[in-house]
Write a protein that binds this ligand. Structure first.
Ligand SMILES: Nc1ncnc2c1ncn2[C@@H]1O[C@H](COP(=O)(O)OP(=O)(O)OP(=O)(O)O)[C@@H](O)[C@H]1O
Length: 265
């Protein structure tokens, strides 16, 4: 595949076959794409096409059956602090407060209390949870929990943030607020982000680049550059440019969704 030395991530011909007792599932078939430093990439595709599997392979939680993933030119061989993950379901530690959740990775890394507090203070402010530092996850709304999950991932200062449908369980209004909050955080941190979603509006609104996957076994079907202004506010979703990109992406997805539906029924 063509790649540049400046690529942060290179997903190079990655295939993944899950072998169960009864059957084998080929989740990915030579999926290849690249991600530049500080790029915000969204991945869209029909259900079951291997989106989460790609994220898990980049996270080092699953190994590819063939192919490889390079981060800054080095092959990924397992999980590492250079990658942070945020999942759809709330994965906060229920026995820890908001502040303790955010500081968890720093604690594990042996940072002292003052260093931990400096980082958690920054993120508590950034995600708008000042006053909630000592709340436990059970006392937070879904949107607040996901804000803490994002802060917890960023507090470790990873180079790459991997997000698997992080706003999938939220209502439409909260989701929009969270998208704007994430863009704000990204504007400040300029992390490289790989973001999986089912939602075309979300992918167009937050991404620099969209990769559309084929029905399973997943490959990259198309790469779409989102040529919208860097400053993205809610009203952009009503613009002609937004609609044009959305239409193009929906056309690509529709074909694959039909293929997936026919395979799975
Ligand atoms: N650990 C596993 N063992 C066996 N099969 C698996 C495993 N993980 C995923 N699969 C299968 O691999 C395929 C891809 O799964 P994956 O979760 O990556 O898809 P997805 O695109 O993220 O799906 P969705 O959009 O529905 O979340 C699916 O058919 C799934 O059932």
């Amino acid at each position: 595949m063509t790649s540049s030395v400046r690529d942060k991530l290179i997903i190079d011909g990655v295939s993944k076959v899950f072998t169960g007792k009864e059957r084998q599932v080929t989740a990915l078939a030579e999926a290849s794409f690249t991600v530049k430093p500080s790029e915000f990439v969204t991945i869209l595709g029909p259900s079951g096409c291997g989106k989460s599997t790609i994220l898990k392979i980049v996270a080092g939680l699953e190994a590819p059956t063939s192919g490889r993933v390079l981060l800054d030119g080095r092959e990924i061989a397992g999980p590492g602090r250079d990658r942070g993950m945020v999942f759809q379901t709330y994965t906060l530690f229920p026995w820890l407060t908001v502040r303790e959740n955010i500081e968890f990775g720093l604690d594990v890394a042996g940072k002292d209390e003052a260093a931990r507090k400096e980082v958690s203070d920054h993120y508590i402010e950034k995600i708008g949870l000042k006053g909630f530092e000592n709340f436990f996850p059970r006392d937070l709304s879904g949107g607040m929990k996901q804000r803490v999950a994002i802060a917890r991932a960023l507090a470790n200062d990873p180079e790459v943030l991997l997000m698997d449908e992080p706003f999938g369980a939220l209502d439409a209004q909260t989701r929009t607020v969270m998208q704007e909050l994430l863009l704000d955080v990204w504007d400040e941190s300029h992390k490289t982000i790989l973001f999986v979603t089912h939602d075309v509006d979300e992918a167009v609104f937050i991404g620099d680049t969209i990769y559309v996957m084929t029905a399973r076994p997943g490959r990259i079907k198309a790469r779409i550059e989102v040529t919208l202004p860097d400053q993205r506010t809610f009203d952009l979703k009503l613009s002609d440019d937004f609609m044009r990109i959305k239409r193009e992406v929906m056309g690509l997805i529709r074909e694959e969704a039909w293929k997936a539906a026919n395979t799975n029924t």
